[in-house]
Every structure is written in structure tokens, then in C-alpha cells.
Design a protein around this ligand. Structure first.
Ligand code: ADP
Ligand code: ZN
Length: 750
């Protein structure tokens, strides 16, 4: 028998090995095995069983010690694997298929894709389950001294326990307890300790709520799909389109309960920033110890234990950010992707997968139902609903008829004119903040800023310079003072005057959260102000700490970046101010409009969550822009989405094409630029159905001492682009000292 394996040590190459006859019956895909590699013995995973016989010669032109694809047409004697490490496959066959799919689709090495499925804690040699000495009470009559008898009674009273705990509790030496074992009163043994990430949480169990009519209807649709999939029928994903506060989570919870009843498991994905203790609490309160949490803040030991609890079936509901999608849940019946439109589902290192898209693929492979939940669907998912590929169910009302907040659009051009200068707070917003301070209610002020991307906006009329070819904002590059388009690679010099109003153009002078804080303290000296952005939340716990301060009303105003936009539920917040909606509107990004309305809807959703009604003020220089109008309720989501999709189709943008972004990085600007240019020229010869941009400096042209150049490819078929790219890479390296990274379905172009 010959097997093809992925080793732990070599990145993108698979190797073939022979299997000793004695081990043949046990070999299955996904098993972990020990194999010789050079002079070492390493761990490897069986990817494929190539042939069933007992031969130790490969018919295939392959040989071990050299990669599988290095074919020479000759027969080679294969080396034998040394041993099988586990009895049950470490990776399920379905997950193995998923790894292969990711490697192919995202143009990533197989081994690196495999790493998504096997976290470092699980692969690590040194990581073991943790064991401690446990003291178990025995029944019967024992010969004990008076002192021993007293101690035994005490231990009996607490029902036995860890040795370390008992010695502390009853102030005795370990030897004293061990002596009890000699007389048979207790049994002492090593037992596994579960490093439980939720150990210190007090969780009060909750029961399913009685659903609102829309929630019931949604659950019914999802349940029908669950039943279909239980019968082995194929099901299409379902988009649960519910406004903020409409009770989507309760629908998830009850749908999960249903799959658990059928003996199947569930995975719930949430964006990393939304994975707050609050969210985890809601799931733990319903499903108790069946919950496993997987996220980046776990210790390696916790991660190891959670992973094995899932694999062994002890935990069958997994909640976590994108990586939790790969949890080894046995027989999953449901995958929920909450906030499916969130760009943070895209991984920004190899493999650059999109968890929502891979969730749909895993759903197909496992034959399970996929629910995509959101208040503001991505254009990808919405288009799939429109074309009938996805099911759709809507929640249009907030729970208990709580009203949506009142949204006011503030035209900053008028404000600027009346104040004779551009400013941070408009008069109506100032007034509203003052009112909240008087009433003892809370305010959130929101400012989205990505430092390096600068568009050129006229401070008089608000006009933003755009590339006429591509319909996206130009990015201002300071180094050579020109405007660049990041879609086609075109550029022009900064104009002297605004093309709309003729005023002299200035680079838009933005401000950050820090300046907002200073200005706020000046205007409202009595207010307690809290700022939350990447600068102040670098410590692991500071994020939670700041939120606790705000929740417990020890602060009046919270200023923050997109970090505060999602998932948070503060009953006392009645005012939300968006200081400059234009920042995201004029990102040099084809999804700028989409991002803006998603952001505004999410931020607005923070106001008036409980009994107090909420107000939202959106400050903007572009009040007539559809994305702003829809936030103000002047336009429906459906109309907006229809127009956006029409535009995207015209411009050949996603979801009508896929985008592949190639980034070239190098210490030498000249070499990097040249490498990118050579690749762009070669790729342009690939296929008429693939649009290839010119090579150009990336929006972030230099980072950590490396120059960055980019090429964008667009085509309705990802596979076509990947094929052209692979063919090129096989015969032409990006060049000396230049590294290339490939981002398939890029969402953040930097
Ligand atoms: P979403 O996820 O759609 O923003 P949530 O699931 O957070 O909304 O629900 C908003 C609030 O409404 C929560 O406090 C939740 O406990 C409550 N809620 C949800 N469903 C019901 C229901 N059927 N009856 C009463 N309260 C509900
Ligand atoms: Zn352009």
C-alpha cells in the first residue's frame, strides 16, 4: 500500500510512503503517522491512500525523500512509514477535503491550509492533557487511627477531590492522605484536569424564550432545512436578514437546540471583536458544558483541551471567530455565521480564506445547514439571494416593538460655513450631548480611521477626486505627491483646484480619536470621557476593562473606532454620534459604499437598545449619498442594494467577478517595481476574460522597510485566474529578493 502524506516540516509538498503489511488494515485518510524524512523521523498526516496492494514499489513516478510532483518517470523504492500515532483519524475525511479545497482555491500550500485545521497547540509535541493527583473516597469499614478517622470524615464531607486542594483545605501533608490509601479508605490516581476557559464564570442557565412571530417564522424555515439535511438532502444556505435587536441570537439558539436533539453538533462563528463575554455567556447559559470556546485569547492548554473535548464529542457546540470553523465537531448539523458581512472573516495571512465562504463549502461537504445572519447583508450574499442560490428570511422589527432609533443627518458643509471653519462637533450634536449629560444617559462617539489611506476631499464642497475609469476614490501618495487609483494602477498629479467648485484643493486634514477626546474635554469639562481604539487596547484585557467601566456607568461618553461598532449592548446609551461618515465613504475601495452603510447601521444599532429611545447623528459632507440616505431611512435597503449591484455589474466588480490581489514586497523599490511590472505584463497575456491592472504602488506603499507594489486581477472565474497564476509561477519567480503574496477574493486592499 502506498500513501501520500503531508509532513509537519515541508510546506507545499506531499510525499509518498509505503505501508508495512501489518499496518495496512489500519490506514485511513486523516491518520497521523510517523515517517522517516532525510535523517529524521517526523509527524505526517495521511492525505490520500493511493493503492491497496502490498507492494513497496511505486508504480507512480514518485519517490520519498523527494516531493511527489517531482516526477521523472522512473520507479523508485519507497521508504516505509514507521508507525501510526493514533487509532482514530486525527483529521476527519471531510476536513481533509476542505483543506485540499482551500489549498486549491486560495492558491496556498497544502501544509499551511492544514494548519488551520490543526492549531499549534494540538500539533505541539510538548502539549499534553494536564493531569493531577485525585483522591477518591472508598466505601466500607477501614482500620484508621483517631487522627486519620477525623481527616477521612472531612474528606468524605467534601466528596474527595484534588490532592493539592485537600492538603490546603485541611492543612495536612500529602503523606498523611497517602497513608489513608494504605488502609484502603481512599484511592489515589492521576486524573485529567480540564483547563476550562469559562471556569471562573458564573453562568445562570436560561430557557428558550417564547419567540416573536417573525422569529418563529425564521426558526421554522431553518428547521425545515435542518430536517431536510438530516434526511440526506442537499440544502442551500439561508440568509437571516434581521435588523439590529431583532433577536437573531435567540433564533440561532433554538435552531442549535434542534440539531443537538438530532445528535448532531453546531458551530457558531462571530467576528473576533464581537466575541465578548456577553456573547459567550448567552450560549453557555443555554447549553452549559456542551459549549466549547475557541479564540485567540485562550492559553495553549485551554485550546488543547477544548479541541480534544470537541473531537471526542464531549462538547458539540463550538463558538469562536473564523478559525472555529475548522473545529473537529463530529457530524455537524448547523453552521451559523453571525454578522456574515464582516470583513474580519477574511484571514490576512496564508491561506487567505474567507470564513463565510469556506463555511458554505464545509456545509456542502458535511451535508449540514448554513445560516448567514446579518442586519446588512454583503453584496455577495444578497446577490445569491436575488439569484435564488440562497434562501432568505427577514426579521424587520426589533423585539418587543422597541423602536429603531431616530437618525439625523447633519450636513457639515452648512456647519462649516456657519462656523467659518471645519470642525469636529456640529451644533446639533453638541446640543444632544449636553442633553445626555444633564439626564445622566450615555453617549457613544464614533470615528473610523485607517491612518494611511487618504483621499483628496475639497473642504468647501466635499467633492472627492475619483478615477474616471474605475469609479473609486483616488489615494493621495505623499512621497511623490500624486493621486493613484488602486484598481487600474493609473495616476495623475494633484490638481490645483477642485474640479467641482474651483476652490483651491487642500489635502483633507483629518483628525483622530485622540483629538476628539481633547476637544470633548474642552467643551464638556465635567463629562467623564473614555477612549477606545487600537492604541489603548493593546493589552489583552483592557478591551473588556474599558467596556466594564462604560457599562457600569462610570463614564458618560465613549469615543471609539470600529471596535465599538458591533455587538455591544448598553441599555443606557441613548445617543450615538458618527463624527465623519465620509471617511469610510471615500475609502479607495470598491466596497466603500457598502462598508459605509453597514457601519452606519451597526453603529446606529447601539442606540436605544433597552427601554430608553435612541438618537443617532451622522455628520457628513455628502448628505445626498445613497449610503448615507439609507442610514437616515430615506431609502430602503432593497433599492440601495439593487442600485449597488447594477453598478458593480457595469464595472465588473464583485460579486460579478472575483478579485485576486497580488502584493510584491522588497527592500529595493526598483526591483520590486520591476518584478511587479514583469508579472503584470505576463499575466495580461493570460486570457481575455481576465482583467489585469497595471503594476502600481499599493495603497500602503511601504511598510516595515519593504516597498509594496500590487496587481489586481478580475474575472468571473477564480479557478481561471489561479491557473494562469500557477502556470506563471512555475516558470518565472517574482524575482530576486522580492516576495509575492496572493490574496484570492481580497476584501481589504492595502
Ligand atoms: P440581534 O442579534 O438580532 O441584534 P439579539 O438576539 O441580541 O438581537 O436580541 C436583542 C434583545 O432581545 C436581547 O436582549 C434578547 O435577549 C431579547 N430577545 C430576543 N428574543 C426575544 C423574545 N422572543 N422575547 C423577548 N426578548 C427577546
Ligand atoms: Zn482607475
Amino acid at each position: 500500500m502506498i500513501i501520500r502524506v503531508a509532513t509537519e516540516v515541508v510546506l507545499d509538498k506531499l510525499y509518498d510512503y509505503a505501508v508495512p503489511v501489518a499496518l495496512v488494515p489500519k490506514i485511513k485518510p486523516g491518520l497521523r503517522v510517523r515517517v522517516p524524512l532525510g535523517s529524521r523521523v517526523v509527524d505526517a498526516y495521511v492525505v490520500e491512500v493511493l493503492e491497496g496492494g502490498g507492494s513497496d514499489e511505486s508504480e507512480l513516478p514518485l519517490f520519498s525523500g523527494k516531493p511527489a510532483e517531482q516526477s521523472t518517470g522512473r520507479q523508485y523504492k519507497l521508504r516505509y512509514i514507521n508507525a501510526i500515532s493514533d487509532e482514530i483519524p486525527f483529521v476527519s475525511e471531510n476536513l481533509l477535503k476542505l483543506v485540499q479545497w482551500m489549498a486549491d482555491y486560495y492558491c496556498a500550500p497544502f501544509e499551511q491550509s492544514l494548519r488551520c485545521i490543526l492549531p499549534a497547540a494540538v500539533r505541539s509535541k510538548s502539549m499534553r492533557s494536564k493531569e493531577q493527583i485525585y483522591v477518591e473516597i472508598q466505601q466500607g469499614d477501614f482500620k484508621l487511627t483517631k487522627r486519620q478517622s477525623e481527616l477521612f470524615t472531612e474528606i468524605k464531607r467534601v466528596g474527595g477531590g484534588w490532592l493539592s486542594f485537600l492538603t490546603r483545605e485541611f492543612s495536612c501533608a500529602p503523606g498523611t492522605i497517602r497513608n489513608l490509601e494504605k488502609s484502603g479508605a481512599v484511592k489515589i490516581e492521576l486524573r485529567q484536569v480540564w483547563r476550562d476557559p469559562l471556569a471562573n464564570r458564573k453562568v445562570l442557565p436560561t430557557r428558550p424564550m417564547e419567540l416573536m412571530p417573525e422569529q418563529s417564522a425564521a426558526l421554522k424555515s431553518i428547521s425545515a432545512l435542518i430536517d431536510q439535511s438530516a434526511n440526506g438532502e442537499k440544502t442551500a444556505p439561508i440568509l437571516l436578514h434581521g435588523v439590529t435587536g431583532s433577536g437573531k441570537t435567540e433564533v440561532y439558539l433554538q435552531a442549535i437546540a434542534k440539531v443537538l436533539e438530532q445528535g448532531r453538533g453546531a458551530i457558531v462563528l462571530v467576528p473576533e471583536i464581537a466575541l465578548t463575554p456577553q456573547t459567550v455567556q448567552r450560549f453557555a447559559a443555554r447549553f452549559g458544558k456542551r459549549i466549547a470556546v475557541l479564540h485567540s485569547a485562550l492559553s495553549e492548554g485551554e485550546r488543547f483541551d477544548e479541541w480534544h473535548r470537541i473531537r471526542s464529542g464531549k462538547a458539540d457546540v463550538v463558538i469562536g471567530p473564523r478559525s472555529a470553523l475548522f473545529a473537529p465537531v463530529r457530524n455537524p448539523g448547523l453552521i451559523v455565521v453571525d454578522e456574515e458581512h464582516e470583513p474580519s472573516y477574511k484571514q490576512d495571512e496564508t491561506p487567505r480564506y474567507h470564513a463565510r465562504d469556506v463555511a458554505v463549502v464545509r456545509g456542502v461537504m458535511e451535508g449540514c445547514v448554513v445560516v448567514l445572519g446579518t442586519a446588512t447583508p454583503s453584496m455577495e450574499s444578497w446577490n445569491n439571494v436575488q439569484s435564488g442560490k440562497y434562501n432568505h428570511v427577514a426579521l424587520t422589527k426589533r423585539v418587543s416593538d422597541r423602536p429603531m432609533p431616530d437618525v439625523y443627518i447633519v450636513d457639515m458643509r452648512i456647519e462649516a460655513a456657519s462656523a467659518r471653519h471645519a470642525q469636529i462637533f456640529s451644533a446639533p450634536l453638541m446640543e444632544a450631548i449636553k442633553l445626555r449629560l444633564e439626564r445622566g444617559e450615555q453617549t457613544i462617539l464614533f470615528l473610523n480611521r485607517r491612518g494611511f489611506s487618504n483621499s483628496l476631499q475639497c473642504p468647501e464642497c466635499g467633492h472627492v477626486a475619483e478615477c474616471q475609469e474605475c469609479n473609486v476614490a483616488y489615494t493621495y501618495h505623499q512621497s511623490d505627491s500624486c493621486l493613484r487609483c488602486h484598481i487600474c494602477g493609473g495616476w495623475k498629479h494633484v490638481p490645483a483646484t477642485c474640479s467641482e467648485c474651483g476652490e483651491p484643493v487642500l489635502k483633507y486634514a483629518g483628525y483622530g480619536t485622540q483629538r476628539v477626546e481633547t476637544a470633548l474635554r474642552k467643551c464638556f469639562s465635567q463629562a467623564r470621557v473614555l477612549r477606545m481604539d487600537a492604541d489603548v487596547t493593546t493589552r489583552k484585557s483592557s478591551h473588556d476593562e474599558l467596556l466594564t467601566i462604560f457599562r457600569t456607568k462610570q463614564a458618560d461618553i465613549l469615543i471609539g473606532t470600529q471596535m465599538i461598532a458591533k455587538g455591544l449592548d448598553f441599555p443606557n446609551v441613548t445617543l450615538v454620534g458618527v463624527l465623519n461618515a465620509d471617511i469610510s465613504l471615500h475609502m479607495p475601495d470598491i466596497r466603500a459604499s457598502e462598508r459605509t452603510w453597514q457601519l452606519l447601521a451597526q453603529v446606529s444599532g447601539r442606540a436605544g437598545r433597552a427601554d430608553l429611545p435612541g438618537e443617532v447623528f451622522i455628520q457628513t459632507y455628502s448628505p445626498e449619498h445613497p449610503s448615507i440616505r439609507v442610514a437616515g431611512g430615506f431609502e430602503s435597503f432593497e433599492t440601495l442594494a439593487e442600485r449597488e449591484l447594477k453598478e458593480r455589474r457595469e464595472w465588473c466588480y464583485p460579486p460579478f467577478t472575483h478579485l485576486v490581489c497580488l502584493i510584491f514586497r522588497g527592500k529595493s523599490e526598483q526591483k520590486t517595481a520591476l518584478a511587479a511590472k514583469c508579472y503584470a505584463d505576463a499575466l495580461k497575456k493570460g486570457s481575455p476574460s481576465v482583467i489585469v491592472s497595471d503594476a502600481a504602488p499599493a495603497p500602503l506603499p511601504k511598510a516595515r522597510g519593504f516597498y509594496r507594489y500590487q496587481i489586481l486581477m478580475r474575472s468571473p472565474s477564480t479557478m481561471k485566474m489561479v491557473k494562469i497564476l500557477r502556470a506563471l509561477m512555475a516558470c518565472q519567480s517574482p524575482g530576486e529578493a522580492v516576495r509575492m503574496s496572493i490574496d484570492v477574493d481580497a476584501v481589504n486592499m492595502m
